[in-house]
Design a binder for this molecule. Structure first.
Ligand SMILES: Nc1ncnc2c1ncn2[C@@H]1O[C@H](COP(=O)(O)OP(=O)(O)O)[C@@H](O)[C@H]1O
Ligand SMILES: [Mg+2]
Length: 495
C-alpha cells in the first residue's frame, strides 16, 4: 500500500483529513475508524466532503469526528485527537455491533454508510424519547408517510408506546387507495393486539378488518378550536371567549336550535324564551354580525363531521384506553376536510393531555409515565408563529413531556414552524428537503450540529434520512425500510 494513502494527514477536534488513491470510491456519509497506535483509542468519523489532492493525484477526504472509544470501552465525544499518520479504515463487524448497542427498540431502517446499506446495523429510536417530541421533515414524495407507517409497524411490534395518528387520505389502514395489492397497518402480523382503528368507513370494510366506528360527542369538542380552523375576526374571538365557561354540548345545542337573529339585544328588549337563558344572557352584548358568523361556522363544522359527530356517543374513552395499552390508534377518516381533521385531532389531543394532567395531579408522575406520541401531518397548520392558531398543540409542545405526551411533527415547511417549538424537539428525521432555508432552520435547532452534514442532507434520496436524537450520541444516516418489505420481514420473524 502506498504510504501516502489511508493515513491521517491533518486533524483538529472538528475535522479529520486523509487521502485515498485515485480511483478509490468513497461517498459522503461513509463511516471510518481511525486507530491511534499509541493510546489504542478508536476514533469514529463520517465523510462530510472531499476534493482532489494535487500533490498525490488522489482524493482528499474530510471527516467529521462522531465519537471515540478508548481502552475502557466507553464511547465519548471526541475531545482528544488521534496522532498524525494514524491509519484510517472501514468499520469491522465488532464496531458495527458496538454502534448497534446505541440503537433503540423502534426500528425504522438500516444504517447507511455512504451509498451502502449496512444490513447488520438496523437503526432504532428509543421509545423513551417519544415524549420529547419528534420531527419529520421532507419535501412531498420523499417518504414521510412511508416512514410513519414503518414507525407505527415497529410500535405495534414492541408495544412500548402509544401512537395516535389521523389519516384523511386513507393511506395508513389498508394502504394507498386504488391499488388492490397495497397493504397497510391492518396487515401487520400483530395488528389484532397492537392496532386499534377508528373509522368512518362503511360496516362492510370496518367489519372485515375489525375497525371500530369513530364517534365524537358534542361535549368532546371545544369552542376555542374554532380559532384553529377558521380565521376569526376580533369580535368573533370576543364571542368565543364569552362562550368559554359553557359546556360545548350546550353551546352547540344553542347555536343549532336558536336563531341568533331573534336574540334580545341592547336594542331589542323582547324576552328570550329558549332553553339556554344563561348563554343568551352572556352573548347578548356581542356584535350581531360576529354571532351570526360563529353560528354559521359551528353549523359548517357539524355538517362536515356529520358522519361521526353527534350529541351523545363517544369513542374517546376507548381511544384513551388503547393508547394507555401502548397501541397504535389510527383515526381513519378518508376524504375528511382539512378543517374537520384538525377539529377532531385537537379534540382527541386535548382529551389525552387533560387525562394525563389529571392523573399526574391525583396520583403523581408514575401514573402518567406511559408514553404517547400524537402525530400531526402538515404540522405548520397548527404550530406556526401565529399563536392564535396553535391551540392545545402548542401547550403539548411546551409541557407535554412532563405528562408523557409528545408530538410527532410532520411537515414539508419546517421554516413555518415556530422556532420555540422546534427547539423542544429532541428527535429529528431530516429527509430530502429542497429549500436551503428549511435545511438551515432544522440544522441549527437539532441537538447535534447538523450544519456540517448539509452536503449529505442535500443529496438524500427518497427514503433516506439523517436522524438526530438525544437517544443516540451521534447523528445517523439511515435508509428507511420500505413499508411493504418491512411487513414481509415482520411476518417472516413472526412465523
Ligand atoms: N424508504 C423507502 N423505500 C422505498 N420507497 C420509498 C421509501 N419511502 C418512500 N418510498 C416511495 O416513495 C413514494 C412517496 O412516499 P411517501 O411516503 O408517500 O412520501 P410523502 O409522504 O413524503 O409525500 C411512496 O409511494 C413509496 O413508493
Ligand atoms: Mg404523505
Amino acid at each position: 500500500m502506498d504510504k501516502r494513502y489511508h493515513l491521517l494527514t491533518g486533524t483538529d477536534v472538528l475535522t479529520y483529513t486523509w487521502i485515498i488513491p485515485p480511483g478509490d470510491l468513497i461517498a459522503v456519509g461513509e463511516l471510518f475508524v481511525i486507530v491511534d497506535k499509541g493510546t489504542k483509542t478508536r476514533y469514529f468519523a463520517r465523510v462530510t466532503r472531499m476534493a482532489h489532492d494535487e500533490k498525490t493525484g488522489g482524493v482528499l477526504v474530510f471527516g467529521l469526528p462522531i465519537g471515540c472509544i478508548s481502552q475502557d470501552g466507553i464511547f465519548r465525544k471526541p475531545r482528544t485527537i488521534p496522532s498524525l499518520y494514524s491509519p484510517v479504515r472501514a468499520l469491522d463487524a465488532g464496531e458495527n455491533a458496538l454502534l448497534l448497542g446505541f440503537m433503540g427498540e423502534l426500528e425504522v431502517g438500516f444504517m447507511m454508510s455512504g451509498n451502502q446499506r449496512v444490513v447488520d446495523l438496523p437503526i432504532g429510536i428509543p421509545a423513551s424519547v417519544l415524549n420529547q417530541h419528534l420531527g419529520i421533515f421532507a419535501t412531498t414524495g420523499m417518504g414521510k408517510s412511508n416512514l410513519m407507517k414503518v414507525f407505527c409497524a415497529s410500535a405495534i411490534n414492541t408495544r412500548n408506546a402509544g401512537i395516535l395518528l389521523t389519516d384523511p387520505h386513507g393511506e395508513y389502514a389498508t394502504g394507498p387507495p386504488g391499488d388492490p395489492n397495497s397493504r397497510g397497518l391492518v396487515h401487520h402480523p400483530k395488528a389484532q393486539d397492537g392496532l386499534c382503528v377508528f373509522t368512518i368507513r362503511g360496516q362492510d370494510i370496518a367489519g372485515e378488518y375489525g375497525m371500530k366506528p369513530l364517534q365524537i360527542a358534542h361535549e368532546d369538542l371545544n369552542i376555542a378550536d374554532l380559532g384553529l380552523v377558521f380565521d376569526l375576526t376580533p369580535s368573533q374571538y370576543e364571542v368565543v371567549n364569552l362562550l368559554l365557561p359553557f359546556a360545548t354540548d350546550e353551546i352547540i345545542d344553542f347555536f343549532i336550535n336558536e336563531d341568533v337573529e331573534s336574540l334580545p339585544s341592547h336594542l331589542r328588549t323582547t324576552a328570550y324564551i329558549g332553553n339556554h337563558q344563561d348563554i343568551a344572557q352572556r352573548v347578548r352584548s356581542a356584535p350581531p354580525d360576529a354571532l351570526r358568523l360563529v353560528q354559521r361556522q359551528i353549523r359548517t363544522l357539524l355538517d362536515l363531521t356529520a358522519l361521526f359527530v353527534d350529541s351523545s356517543s363517544s369513542s374517546l374513552p376507548d381511544i384513551l384506553r388503547a393508547l394507555d395499552e401502548n397501541k397504535v390508534v389510527l383515526i381513519d377518516i378518508p376524504g375528511m376536510s382539512d378543517a374537520a381533521e384538525l377539529f377532531i385531532l385537537s379534540a382527541i389531543s386535548r382529551a389525552i393531555i387533560r387525562d394525563r394532567q389529571k392523573r399526574f395531579i391525583e396520583k403523581g408522575s408514575a401514573a402518567a409515565s406511559g408514553r404517547v406520541l400524537i402525530s400531526i401531518e402538515e404540522a405548520q397548520r397548527v404550530l406556526s408563529q401565529r399563536s392564535e392558531k396553535t391551540g392545545v398543540f402548542r401547550e403539548i409542545a411546551m409541557e407535554g413531556r412532563k405528562f408523557g405526551v409528545g408530538l410527532g411533527v410532520i411537515t414539508q415547511q419546517p421554516k413555518n414552524i415556530d422556532q420555540r417549538v422546534l427547539a423542544q424537539m429532541n428527535t429529528l428525521f431530516v429527509m430530502g428537503l429542497a429549500d436551503r432555508h428549511d435545511r438551515e432552520i432544522i440544522a441549527s435547532s437539532a441537538k447535534h450540529d447538523l450544519r456540517v452534514l448539509d452536503t449529505e442532507i442535500q443529496t438524500l434520496d427518497m427514503g433516506d434520512a439523517v436522524i438526530s436524537t438525544v437517544g443516540i450520541p451521534f447523528p445517523v444516516s439511515c435508509h428507511i425500510h420500505f413499508f411493504e418489505d418491512y411487513l414481509d420481514a415482520l411476518w417472516e420473524s413472526a412465523s
